[in-house]
Design a protein around this ligand. Structure first.
Ligand SMILES: Cc1ncc(COP(=O)(O)OP(=O)(O)O)c(N)n1
Ligand SMILES: Cc1ncsc1CCOP(=O)(O)O
Ligand SMILES: [Mg+2]
Length: 200
């Protein structure tokens, strides 16, 4: 799950609710806040996640992941290459890599990704440069070819998460389906229920 401040609530407040609703991973994704603020907010999120056995991942910034002793980092195709991220992070940390095409998935696999974030599965307003929705076929093609956990991302909510899992994803990553909801805990719970059911 990615997090952004939303509806006057802090990321930490939303994270508390999301964890109560059943999310298993939280990603710190803040491209705007000053670095000092990101580090302060990140330390609080990390402590919250640790206290609940939830994985804490930092988006883009390997330096921030190292400083926060995060569980890992998520990098895209234009970010620091996954293999370099791993060198900086050290062993025992997760490196997630984004892919929107089979070629990008090949690059991610060559960079020894621990998991792939594949999308945007559906149209999203959260990431302006996400590109066109790609649907669920690539998830099936990747999971047929490699034994790697894939999470679908982009425009996913409780209403459309099941086909993403049925295509082969191990989970879904969402922003607005939790952060922009009036009741993030209920939204997370509904989503987790749908994912659990579809994984059966
Ligand atoms: C789980 C997950 N999957 C994909 C992304 C997108 O990463 P990226 O392509 O680098 O885009 P930004 O998130 O950095 O805008 C992600 N963050 N998480
Ligand atoms: C970070 C990211 N990467 C691909 S789509 C996306 C945004 C996901 O946000 P939402 O779940 O609100 O569509
Ligand atoms: Mg990125």
């Amino acid at each position: 799950m990615g997090l952004e401040d939303a509806g006057g609530r802090t990321a930490l407040e939303i994270a508390v609710e999301a964890i109560a609703g059943g999310v298993t991973m939280i990603q710190l994704r803040d491209k705007q806040a000053p670095l000092r603020q990101v580090l302060e907010q990140g330390a609080r999120l990390r402590d919250l996640c640790r206290g609940h056995g939830v994985a804490f991942i930092v988006n883009d910034r390997v330096d921030v992941a190292v400083l926060l002793d995060a569980d890992g980092v998520h990098v895209g195709q234009d970010d620091i290459p996954g293999a370099e991220a791993r060198r900086l992070l050290g062993s025992g940390k997760l490196v997630g890599i984004s892919a929107g095409t089979m070629e990008e998935a090949e690059w991610a696999m060559a960079n020894r990704a621990d998991y792939l974030g594949v999308g945007p599965v559906y149209a999203t307003a959260t990431k302006q440069d996400a590109g066109e929705a790609i649907g669920t076929d690539l998830i099936g093609a990747i999971t047929d070819r490699w034994k790697i956990p894939v999470v679908g991302i982009g425009g996913i909510g409780a209403d459309n998460a099941a086909p993403v899992i049925k295509a082969g994803a191990a989970g879904v990553a969402v922003v607005s389906a939790i952060t922009r909801q009036a009741n993030p805990m209920q939204a997370a719970r509904q989503l987790a229920d749908v994912v659990r059911q579809a994984l059966k």
